[in-house]
Design a binder for this molecule. Sequence first.
Ligand code: G6P
Length: 593
Amino acid sequence: MCGIVGFAGIKNSKEAVLNGLRKLEYRGYDSAGIAISSSDNVLSIFKDKGRVEHLEEIITKDLDGPLAIGHTRWATHGKPNKINAHPHISNNKRFIIVHNGVIDNYKELKYTKLSGFNFYSETDTEVIVNLIEYYSRKYDVSSSIRITATKLEGSYSCLIIDKETPDKIYVLKNKTPLLIGCGEKGNIIASDVIPLIGYATKYTNLEDQVFGIVTKDSVSITDYLGNKLEYNVNQVSVNDEEITLGRYPHYMLKEIEEQPDVIRRLISKYFDGENIIINKDLVSMFKSINKINFVAAGTSMYASLMGKYFFEKLCRIPSEVLQSSELVYSSPLIKDVPLFIFLSQSGETADSIAVLKKVKESGYPTLLITNNIGSTMASISDYCLDIYAGPEISVASTKAYVAQVVTMSILAKAVSGSITKLKNHLKSLAKKTEEILGKKVIIKGLADQIKDAKAVFYIGRGIDYWASLESALKLKEISYIHTEAFSSGELKHGTIALIEENVPVIAICTQEGTNGIVRSNLIETEARGAKSFVISMESLSQSSDSFIIPNVSHYLTPLLTVVVTQLLAYYTAVNKNLDIDKPRNLAKSVTVE
Ligand code: G6P
């Protein structure tokens, strides 16, 4: 959570940092702040509760200079207000810091080392900047920052300015992402690659426990003892077009509409004619395992359920889906020879990273399926598969779900070694997704009927239940309507007590074996006053159904039903005039546990 950006250049650092912060707002948007050094080395700080848009309004017009650092916050320690907003400043006003992460031992440091210091905010960050001041009484600035780092427990990416060396941005990185891009007009540092677009063509993804000094024309990286380190160089492969809104009112709608192209892109990346092209070592590694543990969070976890389905049905490998946040604090009994498959759109989810590290230490093979092959998780896992979804900006994940599920279907087919018609199925899936996108008006009509509901229930069985889980998550996270998904068989064991007059219950019916029973479970809710809706597949449809998806291989139906429910969530939130791309209290990349 939180995004940080720094720029050391010849001039125009304010614009570079604000531009970066706008692009990083998906990481949190409780408050925003910036420190700017003017050409005569005067440092000015602006910060407040609220968005980057508001920050821009409060910055003194025409103020700019060669150096700036900025922050967009998802509150962890302390309320979202001006005092807790970053940047924070040391007591003697010499050091200024922005920080992404959580310092676990900040209280201990505050009450032992920093007992004579004043603290104005409730944040853990003020401890870091005052600790630097504390050590600077004895050491030079670089040593003070490096010694400070050795005292910190937790996760941190920090950018620090020292008023006495005003041409430098000091950098610390441990467990939260930080990249440095080098450009002709200066060097830029950011939590993600997208602020680098337009400023750098190459970047380095910092390792953990490193210290850096960045000026307009130099980058130096060392460990905490000051030993120089070599660093990797990557190409900035995202372009501006991929991250601009264009004709769309919201990124969520743009990303929903990109789904047919994402499916086609995956076909082009993973098929050569009729053959699947996936790393042979990875495919043959499956021969040495007899169990798959999927590990993920949020939408990626719901996508994993489809992975379990594919690998059990097509490859006969028993599979389990585990929540990364639970697994961090538990030690499952492992008797089989497992492969751990991690799913993560960002590759930066803190819980998933923590589990991945534990699994690696235990010596089990690991595969990451991700939209960010330059991520922390990609650098740790043994194997990595790209889902090629392109940047996903909206906090509510849509195209990443579809891309993850399609990628797993291809992998499972490759592992099963069976003659494949999958390519044709996927081609037709892309077309049928477009057909659904062409029927938005029906979905808008459904959204009108649920917008005032206090609660909504999705029901289904088997893979329709799994699609329901993802559908419920979409609706609740952007419309703020309490929405739950239930296996329809469980209704009678408690949930049906919640059914009152006019409560919307949406049944997903795409599977021949369960269509009848889910419909009769729905009738039981109708008998108790529920307002019922059915999303069905053409071959199983009835004329009264609310939305009918085209026929598609029964393995792939969630890839169409979620498009309907993504749009239903979207139009419900539009009806309620909500902030669709940045729903309250959420962030896209959950980089703290
Ligand atoms: C956050 C996002 C979700 C995402 C989840 C897991 O909660 O808002 O959209 O599904 O994190 O993220 P990951 O990047 O690991 O897939």
